[in-house]
Design a protein around this ligand. Structure first.
Ligand code: HEC
Length: 231
């Protein structure tokens, strides 16, 4: 049975937010979930969150339909869970982490598919160097923000655009720039909100597939829509 390690970033730790608070949270079993509860989401924690920062990248850039999703398993590789991703990652050793190396050496995603940015590969690198833990952040987003420039474009880039960032986009849904995202979502508001709330009756239309966004991220998207798509 898995144990959850609760890492409460207390107000004391906030003073040392730029240091390596993860060192205090070494799980007994490397697969155990390490819960990171940041009491002040407007100050970004130095700890890379597997659930909100790393897993979404592997899902949208690698686990799209036909590639490394559970149904397709290209070359036997699946990248949609912590355990499956850890088959290609060696904690604290990026040079021995095949799933990181193929990305920075530009072998994957294949040419023509949306590529990860340097900022995104650096998040994966930092996570490996911090021990590649199964960190799960809660309360990690600032609900007072709901403009496209911050945070919507980052939510799209990190969670959606491996599948919806190049035309025509998976399911013919293209969300790769402001005008296109606004046009699609304003014409399909109910479908969009059902998709991100995982309430679509058709399971394959629940987005992102297999990995629901955090409630506060869904709230950011929802407010952006309700407030008329502020830039
Ligand atoms: C791994 C690839 C993948 C990711 C990641 C992904 N999508 Fe999708 N999306 C699809 C596919 C495939 C379909 C078509 C599903 C279908 O028609 O059954 C789709 C369909 C949709 C639809 C249409 C739903 C409908 O009712 O017709 C919306 C809206 C959508 N995605 C939004 C998003 C958003 C927003 C994100 C990020 C938060 C996202 N998707 C992440 C692959 C993905």
């Amino acid at each position: 049975m898995k144990t959850s390690f609760i890492l409460i970033l207390s107000s004391f730790l906030l003073y040392t937010a730029c240091k390596h608070e993860m060192i205090n949270a070494v799980p007994v079993n490397p697969q155990d979930t390490v819960v990171v509860n940041n009491p002040n989401p407007s100050v970004k924690s130095d700890t890379v969150c597997f659930n909100t920062e790393v897993l979404p990248l592997f899902i949208t850039y690698c686990a799209s339909a036909g590639c490394h999703d559970p149904a397709s398993r290209q070359e036997g590789v699946v990248t949609n869970t912590y355990a499956s991703i850890m088959r290609g990652i060696t904690a604290k050793n990026p040079n021995k982490s095949e799933y990181y190396k193929v990305i920075i050496e530009k072998e994957m995603p294949p040419a023509g598919s949306p590529q990860l940015s340097t900022a995104q590969t650096n998040v994966i690198l930092k996570w490996i160097n911090q021990g590649a833990l199964n960190t799960n952040c809660v309360n990690s987003c600032d609900t007072t923000k709901f403009a496209y420039s911050d945070p919507v474009v980052t939510l799209l880039t990190n969670n959606c655009n491996g599948c919806h960032g190049t035309k025509p986009g998976s399911g013919n849904v293209y969300l790769g720039d402001f005008a296109s995202a606004k046009a699609y979502i304003s014409a399909n508001q109910t479908a969009f909100l059902n998709a991100i709330n995982h309430t679509s009756t058709v399971v394959s239309k629940r987005m992102p597939p297999g990995n629901k966004l955090q409630d506060c991220q869904i709230g950011q998207f929802t407010r952006w829509v309700e407030k008329g798509f502020p830039q």
